[in-house]
Design a binder for this molecule. Sequence first.
Ligand code: HEM
Length: 491
Amino acid sequence: MSEEKKLTTASGRPFYEKEDSLTVGRRGPILLEDYVLHESMAHFNRERIPERVVHAKGSGAFGTFTVTNDITKYTRAKMFSEVGKKTDMLARFSTVGGEKGSADSDRDPRGFALKFYTEDGNWDLVGNNTPVFFIKDPKKFADFIHTQKRHPFTNMKSQTMRWDFWSLNPESLHQVLILMSDRGTPYGYRHMNGYGSHTFSMINANDERFYVKFHFKTDQGIKNFTDEESVKMAGENPDFAQQDLLEHIEEGKFPSWTLKIQVMPEEEAKNYEWNPFDLSKVWPHSDYPLIEVGKMELNKNADNYFAQIEQSAFAPAHIVDGIGYSPDKMLQGRLLSYPDAHRYRLGANYEQIPVNRCPYAVNNYQRDGFMTVTDNGGRSENYFPNSFDNITKAEEYKQKPPRVTDAEADWYDRNASVSGDDDHYTQPGNLFRLMNDEAKSNLVKNTVGSMSQIDGPKKEQITQRQLMHWYKADQELGERIAEGLGVKIKH
Ligand code: HEM
């Protein structure tokens, strides 16, 4: 047995009176001076921090990324510098709309957030299990999420709100189709793919830029719940995905994913038939085939969920040399939003929390603020430039400047008819036509189940509007959903 330790207060005073309060007489009231009692109650009252405003329910684990294929012609990122190179990492998977205690099997996209502890800083890839998203301008995000959360009056989830928003924003159709298919209810977190979703860039040693999409393909194979199974599991074990991931890793059955990328040379972005920066679209693999990069394996559970998973903070803004952003408006919005959310949820010094802290060098002039838990720079200078320390701006990390095409600022219509920006139908229609009969039937059944819950005075209007979108994507799809709902489509 390990050496016996003495019970102490938070300030380190060993004490004995843990279980009984200090009272006046055996049956009398408690004295104010029982500090151990105060400390225990006061700390308990402060245990909860705000849950994430979205993606509140999640599970995570640590792991290793190993390069299996040379992609140095696209990127100079050190993490990809040679085949066989390993990088420590953290993954957090989540549902989106539910609160921290909600069921893991709910129909929802799944978050797929990764943090790679690279020697050039932490690289976060904060994606989902889908390659597209519901909206394509960040200005719509708060309104969209309101429709996925609780109604202000009923305090309940509302299919009416959701379908109202989706039907009024047909750019959502591609993602809604995936959500209504069985991919909307994955069998835990091990059996789903992850996608960076946005277009990012890679920059090589010659300063050439390539646009890239990241795909993490599950090595466990895709496996989903049917709608009935997911509803049943929500009742039987709302923490199914947490348990499934935790237990497999504890038992040494480490889940893994193969990273593949699609690469578009910078010049081709100008003339590609789809707007390459539109998050509601994919790049067909026939145009940009998948190139293998490496393998990510999750092989270590967090020892403490709150410290290492709840306090983990991922931000699309966290890139490293050799990886860059793109003009995708959604990505641009997210660059600002996440660090802002972390400062609110975890505090200004969230990067000092061990799970978020870069294990390599952090040299800057940020000082002070709530919860400074490092040496705060000790005696060193807190301004730049100065004549005392030896911290330099390293020339070799100079970023390639982003290329901006339009010189005129405007509130451009995200759905204008350029580069297919108003075509919300071709890609979802193609996806439906690719599905086998069972997948098609389940999609129709799940959609009918959800749309049949639209209610209230606008029921017919919302239903008809959404049916037209399904119909425009694929006539058979529209007709089958209409039939399931017992509705005649008004042409
Ligand atoms: C403009 C659009 C978006 C905004 C403003 C936004 C904002 C947020 C915010 C504020 C959080 C909570 C962060 C925290 O408290 O730790 C969050 C979490 C998350 N978001 Fe988004 N989001 C957007 C779109 C997306 C998209 C397109 C994806 C995926 C492709 C995505 C994936 C995630 C994931 C995975 C998390 C959870 C990260 C974790 O596990 O800690 N979000 N988002």
